[in-house]
Structures are given as C-alpha cells and as structure tokens.
Design a protein around this ligand. Sequence first.
Ligand code: COA
Length: 172
Amino acid sequence: MASTEGEERAVYPGSFDPITNGHMDIIRRGAKLFPRILVAVLENPKKATLLSTEERVAIIRDIFKDQPHIEVEAFHGLLTDFTRVRGARAVIRGLRAISDFEYELQMALMNQQLNPDLETLFMMPSARYTFLSSSLVKEVFALGGSVHELVPPIVEQKLREKFASNPESLSS
Ligand code: COA
C-alpha cells in the first residue's frame, strides 16, 4: 500500500455517539474528493455521551482498519486549532435537511472567522439517511427497535453490550 503521508486531507468532525451509516456515507463521499479523510471525534467533557471518547475512536478505527486513507483521532478545543496543527485546509460536514443549515452555517462562518484559510464543504448524504441521527439510533435501540440497517455491525454490537451491562445507559 502506497504511503499517504503528505497528501491533502480533509477533516470530518463530529461527536459520533455512535457513528451511523449516515456518517459512513459522508466519509465515503469525502474520500472520493480527498486523498485522506481525518475523522475527528469531539472530546467534550460538557456533553454527556453514551460512549467514551476512546470507545468512539476505537469503533471508527476498527471500521476503517483496512482503509489507511481514513484516519481517526480525538480532538478537544477549537476545531480550527486542530485543523491547523494537522495541516488540513478543508472541513467536511453533512447536510441532511434544511433544518441542519442554520446551525451549520453559523459554525462554518465562525470557523471562517477564526481561520480564513479553512474551507467548509457541505455534502449531502444519500436520501435514505436524511432522517438519521445518533440520538434516534439510541432511542430506537433502547425501545427494542431494529437499528440493523442504520449503523455498522460493530456499533450494533456495542449498543447491545452497553444495554446488557446497564439498561438505563440508553435511555437519556
Ligand atoms: N448522518 C447521520 N447523522 C448525522 C449526520 C449524517 N450524515 N450528520 C450529522 N448527524 C447527526 C449526528 O448523529 C448528531 O445527532 P445527535 O444530535 O442525535 O447526536 C447531530 O447530527 C449533530 O452531530 P455532529 O455532526 O456530530 O455534530 P456535533 O454538533 O456533535 O459536533 C462539531 C459538531 C464537533 C463539528 C463542533 O461542535 C465543533 O467543531 N466543536 C469544537 C469546538 C469549536 O471549534 N467550536 C467553535 C466552532 S463553531
């Protein structure tokens, strides 16, 4: 496998609690445009997550273990600082519906203010994922619904483990 060191990379940031097939779809689309995609998992002590940062990173690394051009790292603090340190000039965000737009526009413009050299690219996921969110996946799973079509198998397995060890963990 050829080294991907030094090639242009785009950062795809998010909470990924957990990663869904909608996120996977965006990563695949981004990888058609950039030689490398760096999936940046937000470590936010203020946000209560079902999965720890380490778990979220480990899951995504496992999913892409055979695709060295998809890298995964945790980050904290400002996204613009992280992208600067990693030498990335582009951020990818998924836009599922008009309702995403206002928040995404705000973030993109704030990031532009913080680093005018950083570009945000919005990508549309496949229409079949436009209804999908991490919270909905957790809710459906907690209520006994199938998430088989919505998340990678390793995520479904992880949800099962979490639920078995602590049924309350999925209810928030
Ligand atoms: N498919 C399915 N779901 C998607 C999706 C897609 N393509 N894109 C987003 N989502 C969902 C997520 O699952 C999540 O759902 P949830 O709310 O039910 O958990 C929701 O949309 C938003 O999550 P995410 O895309 O992970 O964004 P976020 O709001 O958690 O994180 C960051 C946004 C990480 C980019 C932003 O908070 C950040 O950059 N933080 C760093 C601090 C900083 O720099 N702040 C200043 C910037 S303005």
